[in-house]
Ligand binder design. Structure first.
Ligand SMILES: Cc1ncc(COP(=O)(O)O)c(C=O)c1O
Length: 345
């Protein structure tokens, strides 16, 4: 058996509907579909059959929503599955894989398990890479920092490393105000893959649906290797509903942006995060934990996963939970559990 370094998974209590989970960057409610959509899909599904892998309806809706042709995407059961598939199919043991020193941990876990030669870089070092033959993974906006990179900068990375596969994980891109998606670059370059998910702005983390967008050749290779029965038909039908109701997503993003703006003004905080979360500077974790228990709210300590002890990441809610969130922030600021926004180096 391999010598595996265990990953400490952050825990959360389940089964308490009144708990406000602000620890995993999910939406605070289902955004893109409603109860009737769910009932309708469930009652009209042929559950005894595997679903069609890429139904024509999904092709039409995806092409419209993302403005990308059908040879440039495949649906996946969540971007985690997308990451794992890309690495499993395109990477060879010992290949160099560049990641940011602070970034989405599961990518690193998958890459390490598959025998990658992982190199952690600062952002500055990553953007200096030239003529590399490797896999380069960048999350934009980043998780956990929330910092985003311009399309121009990312395009230079792709252009300057054409022998590499450059993977851009855009799990939070819908929330970004300072940058935008690079999905359209997949038609211009041969070495780019983009991950998108319905787990964040669409408010559908429980169904695990997403996409790999990419240059035609790697997409064709991945499509030929993954098991085309891997997406539950119910998930596919719900994803199609979500794309039909896409205006709900824009409205939810506007709500989260308003929450971010409101707390920036209320506490005079400079929130640099371009995503639906930011990181607080923790002065007293015991008081924070007591407040979390009192308000029945969960935030995410960065101590275990990233070794950053004085930081907790917190997801920004929309309108539904904004007031409760503000009361919680007022309390932890007053109790001196938190002293503003954590500044990443
Ligand atoms: C950067 C990043 N990529 C991927 C994921 C996982 O997305 P999915 O639920 O689509 O697998 C997350 C979830 O937190 C994430 O933060």
């Amino acid at each position: 058996m391999k010598n595996i370094q265990t990953y400490v998974y952050s825990k959360r209590p389940y089964g308490d509907a009144s708990r406000l989970n602000l620890d995993w960057n999910e939406a605070d409610e289902c955004v893109a579909i409603n109860k009737n959509d769910i009932i309708d899909v469930l009652t009209n599904s042929d559950i005894h059959l595997y679903g069609e892998y890429i139904p024509a309806k999904l092709v039409k809706l995806t092409t419209e929503y993302y403005s990308v042709n059908r040879e440039h995407f495949i649906p996946v059961p969540g971007s985690d599955y997308g990451i794992e598939s890309i690495l499993r199919i395109l990477m060879q043991k010992g290949d160099r894989v560049y990641i940011e020193s602070l970034g989405y941990k599961h990518f690193e876990v998958f890459a390490r398990n598959l025998g990658a030669d992982i190199k952690r870089l600062s952002l500055a070092e990553m953007f200096e890479l030239k003529d590399e033959k490797a896999i380069i993974y960048l999350v934009n906006p980043n998780n956990p920092t929330g910092i985003s990179q311009s399309v121009k900068r990312i395009e230079r990375l792709i252009e300057g490393n054409q022998a590499s596969i450059v993977i851009i994980d855009e799990a939070y891109i819908e929330f970004a105000q300072n940058t935008s998606s690079i999905v359209d670059l997949v038609e211009m370059y041969q070495n780019v893959l983009v991950l998108r998910t319905f787990s964040k702005a669409f408010g559908m983390a429980g169904i695990k649906f997403g996409y790999i967008f990419g240059s035609a050749t790697p997409i064709e290779i991945i499509k030929s290797q993954i098991n085309q029965k891997s997406i539950p038909s119910i998930v596919m039908a719900l994803a199609c509903r979500a794309l039909e109701n896409r205006k709900n997503v824009a409205e939810y993003v506007a709500e989260v942006t308003a929450t971010k703006r409101y707390i920036s003004e209320r506490y005079k905080w400079n929130i640099e995060s371009d995503a639906n979360f930011f990181t607080m500077l923790i002065k007293d974790r015991t008081v924070l934990q007591q407040a979390e228990a009192h308000f029945n709210i969960g935030t995410r300590s960065l101590a275990e996963t990233y070794g950053v002890h004085e930081a907790s990441r917190v997801t920004l809610p929309g309108k539904k939970n904004r007031d409760r969130f503000i009361r919680f922030l007022d309390y932890i600021i007053q109790a001196k559990a938190v002293d503003g926004v954590f500044k990443y180096e």
